[in-house]
Design a protein around this ligand. Structure first.
Ligand SMILES: [Zn+2]
Length: 88
């Protein structure tokens, strides 16, 4: 009986792991609004310095601010971030 339970948990774990993999695979393909660029390392989660939202690095907007590469979740956040830095 215990062996059956362990087996069930194992199957459940593998099932969810595979589901996660499949979802990550389709997410990386995207719906096609963004041309695929960069390496697979770009698939990490990073935080928007403007609104604080977490997003996939490859789906963010890449900008250079003061010689530093910064990623934003959207173009609007970049504009706001730039205004906040330059405006007083
Ligand atoms: Zn944002």
């Amino acid at each position: 009986m215990v062996r059956l339970l362990v087996f069930a948990i194992l199957v459940w774990g593998v099932y969810h792991f595979v589901k996660k993999l499949i979802r990550a695979y389709f997410d990386s393909m995207g719906p096609g609004q963004h041309p695929r660029q960069g390496t697979d390392l770009d698939a990490e989660m990073i935080q928007d310095p403007q609104c604080g939202a977490y997003f996939m690095k490859q789906k963010g907007v890449k900008k250079v601010v003061d010689g530093k590469v910064v990623y934003f979740c959207s173009q609007q956040c970049y504009e706001r971030y730039r205004q906040r830095r330059s405006g007083k």
